[in-house]
Design a protein around this ligand. Sequence first.
Ligand SMILES: Nc1ncnc2c1ncn2[C@@H]1O[C@H](COP(=O)(O)OP(=O)(O)OP(=O)(O)O)[C@@H](O)[C@H]1O
Length: 207
Amino acid sequence: MSDPLISVDSLTVELGGNPVLRDLSFTVAPGEIVAVVGPNGSGKSTLLRCLAGLQPATAGEVRVFGEAPADDARFWGRVALLSDEPAWYPGLTAREHLELMGAVHTAARMTVDAALETFALVERADAAPLNLSTGQRQRLALAAALLRPSSLLLLDEPERGLDAQFRAALADLLDEYAAEGGTVVLATHDQDLADHGRRILPSGIPA
Ligand SMILES: Nc1ncnc2c1ncn2[C@@H]1O[C@H](COP(=O)(O)OP(=O)(O)OP(=O)(O)O)[C@@H](O)[C@H]1O
């Protein structure tokens, strides 16, 4: 069996003096889709932030690609994160945001035109993100995350604002990403999306 891509060992995180994650242990194999599920406030976003190296552990250890996640170019060269709404660049259109992503990252996973098509943004490509609908903006954020090359995708509630049709399309996109060897960890309240992965609770136990 291959080494785990993610390994979390006895992770405890306290925020404001309260334990949010307690003694959490689990591993994720390369090519797996893992859905972190659970009620509001159960610690899903906190866990994703730990995997992204954005939230330090109070105790225990997180390893991604065999190392502690580091906020550096090497780590972010392999990891794509979608969490809160990104900061959009004033004056740039939806298409230009994707072009920027394509220009920064060599070996993009898809062309800008393909991304606009896949994320149903062709007709709004020349609009500024803030003039898009909530769901269209979420599709743009997803397009940017999936256009850049990565081998680990961390998605916090990617379903936010998406209609039922696009939620189903997103599930297929995640399956394709995993079929290419990519690994996905998503926090979600969407039952169908969660069904596309192995479900765990923020306590680490299967859901
Ligand atoms: N900076 C903070 N200081 C103190 N407590 C915090 C902080 N950030 C989050 N919390 C608390 O930590 C707990 C876990 O929050 P988290 O955002 O990880 O939950 P979640 O499962 O992602 O919730 P949701 O489904 O609502 O997105 C919550 O009780 C929240 O109020």
